[in-house]
Design a protein. Structure first.
Length: 342
């Protein structure tokens, strides 16, 4: 079965082709991605209308590119998958509309995919795919969640953020430091030049006794510290960035280890854009090595939003019998769609 996947939930247009196999994980044949970062930088964040218009321009040329690279023809596609939500409504509608139009034109079924499930299953695209069951740390954009994953579609929420997510803490702290957009990667790069123990910043809910997260207070502490520094901020910016990153990573690592102890599982998957963070990978690898726990990440270039994870999630849902594709081409999107509703 050949699955064409389309991702258009925010500011990246991604298209990919995945081939299912009789044994083992579906195989990624080709993927292509266009990032809108440069376009949105002038505005300091994503402009939804511009994002939607750019998806319209990019999606079909990217689809042609991946089909050419995979050596497959459009007529060979068996299922067209797309991101149904969560995300920006207008951006989601572009991917959904194109996918359903392609499905109707080819007389092939379509399948709407949950964006976060795509991230959750993205490590199965790696050279070292995980095995079920495992604990998943999902750190993508406005989401920070810990989940027990027993199989495709079998997800138990263990803990989640009650306010700002880790990605938002990175981005908002970066903005307070004047680092521009996208803030998270800029803060992480600057942090490599500073000391993580330079400033004593809070680790919210670290000793709460549950697996929930809260990063709004950390953002406020960063703002307070920046104001205290005043004219010295520029000279101490790298230290403040490093201390901020250290606080976020410390919470993520310790909560993840607590989730592993609570479930008794010996395997953890990290998925989502923050999963590319160098310090997070280093500290989680070290903590898990001490407890003989296996850690799995997506390939670095597949940590951000991409079509490969959408095609993979669709293929795995179809293979596992969790869902069937439909030949009904009327569609809707779900800008707000909790993963627990799957």
């Amino acid at each position: 079965m050949l699955v064409l996947g389309i991702e258009s939930s925010c500011d990246e247009t991604g298209v990919a082709v995945v081939q299912t196999q009789e044994a083992g994980c579906p195989r990624l044949l080709a993927h292509a991605l266009h990032s809108q970062i440069e376009m949105h930088q002038a505005y300091g964040g994503v402009v939804p209308e511009l994002a939607s218009r750019d998806h319209i321009r990019r999606v079909l040329p990217l689809a042609e590119e991946v089909l050419r690279e995979s050596g497959r023809a459009l007529a060979e596609v068996d299922v067209v998958a797309y991101t149904r939500g969560p995300g920006l409504a207008g951006a989601l509608l572009v991917g959904a509309g194109v996918a359903c139009a392609l499905g109707a034109a080819l007389d092939k079924p379509v399948l709407g995919v949950h964006h976060l499930e795509g991230h959750l299953l993205s490590p199965f695209l790696s050279a070292d795919p995980p095995q079920f069951p495992f604990v998943a740390l999902l750190v993508s954009g406005g989401h920070t969640q810990l989940m027990r994953v027993d199989g495709v579609g079998h997800y138990q929420l263990l803990g989640e953020t009650i306010d700002d997510a880790a990605g938002e803490a990175f981005d908002k702290s970066a903005k307070l430091m004047g680092l521009g957009y996208p803030g998270g990667p800029a803060l992480s790069r600057l942090a490599q030049q500073g000391r993580g123990d330079a400033f004593k910043l809070p680790r919210p809910l670290l000793h709460s006794g549950n697996l929930d997260f809260s990063f709004a207070g950390l953002k406020t502490a960063v703002m307070t510290q920046a104001k205290k520094l005043g004219d010295e901020l520029e000279a101490r910016k790298a230290d403040l960035a490093a201390s901020t990153e250290a606080a976020i990573v410390d919470v993520l690592v310790k909560k993840t280890m607590s989730a592993l102890m609570a479930t008794g599982l010996k395997r953890v998957v990290v998925a989502g854009g923050v999963g590319a963070n160098r310090l997070l990978r280093e500290q989680l690898d070290a903590a898990c090595a001490r407890c003989a726990i296996r850690v799995h990440y997506p390939e670095l270039h597949l940590c951000t939003d991409n079509g490969a994870m959408i095609a993979m999630a669709a293929a795995m849902r179809l293979q596992s019998g969790q869902q069937t594709a439909t030949s009904v081409y009327a569609f809707d999107v779900k800008p707000r769609w909790p993963l627990a509703e799957l």
